[in-house]
Design a protein around this ligand. Sequence first.
Ligand SMILES: NC(=O)c1ccc[n+]([C@@H]2O[C@H](COP(=O)([O-])OP(=O)(O)OC[C@H]3O[C@@H](n4cnc5c(N)ncnc54)[C@H](OP(=O)(O)O)[C@@H]3O)[C@@H](O)[C@H]2O)c1
Length: 249
Amino acid sequence: MLLDNRNIVITGASRGIGASTARLCAQHGARVAVNYMASQAAAEAIVTEITDAGGTAVAIGADVRDEEQVARMAEEAEKALGPIDSLVINASISFPMLPFMEYPWADFAAKVTGEMQAAFHCARAFVPGMLERKQGNIVAVSSGLSKQAGFGFCAHSTAKAALNALVRSMALELSPSGIRVNTVSPGLTITDATSHVPDEQKKMISGMTPLRRNGLPEDIAGVILMMLSEETRFVTGGYIPVDGGMTML
Ligand SMILES: NC(=O)c1ccc[n+]([C@@H]2O[C@H](COP(=O)([O-])OP(=O)(O)OC[C@H]3O[C@@H](n4cnc5c(N)ncnc54)[C@H](OP(=O)(O)O)[C@@H]3O)[C@@H](O)[C@H]2O)c1
């Protein structure tokens, strides 16, 4: 029980990495707010799974790019669970995959701004309570593409590199007040977000991966769990790749 008695908000937890993280955190004793944007039924199914197993969870709809919706989510989460001590910034801000020379500025700007809004508004909504209690934990889900280029991924790479920078800044400023902030950085992981990737390409990536397979949502959730737990209490501003060894520091 690594998260006994903890209250955690996970953005984008109706599916994929966020859903696995919600399940695992609940298995480790946390009360969990399962945020979603459109998939209410999927989010409620995760909540039912958790409550059926004896845990506590609540589904909260909010577009995390929208400051007002995030403020309402924070209110609802605190009302349902109590003071929130941990936040997982995970929601997947969608984007078209296009070469740089064909990328419409509006789509590029929407991805970079959306990624920043999702992190900025959520952190700003929950950090004040963490500061009051002098205790908090934030994990942001970045991507290996924040440090590497990938064809068609210029907006995603830029947005996730900006997220890494924001995490470092928050870690520097908030850690003296007892709030740890870290980045967990998946490589290719089998979720809806990668369902468009041809099987051949997934196979090629698994062949290049030292651990010889593609990532699964549970692989990422395990590392998020560790970063949220007290076992990593002396780690802040960290960038933890979870990619089967594709990135070696
Ligand atoms: N999968 C990969 O290969 C991979 C690799 C590196 C990094 N990542 C990162 O891992 C994180 C999770 O990705 P995933 O693959 O698990 O995605 P996913 O399976 O496609 O799920 C996306 C989740 O984000 C939610 N979401 C999307 N836009 C939102 C918004 N504006 N407000 C609130 N929730 C929103 C979705 O909610 P609805 O269901 O309601 O739409 C859903 O719960 C993302 O930050 C992604 O960039 C993924």
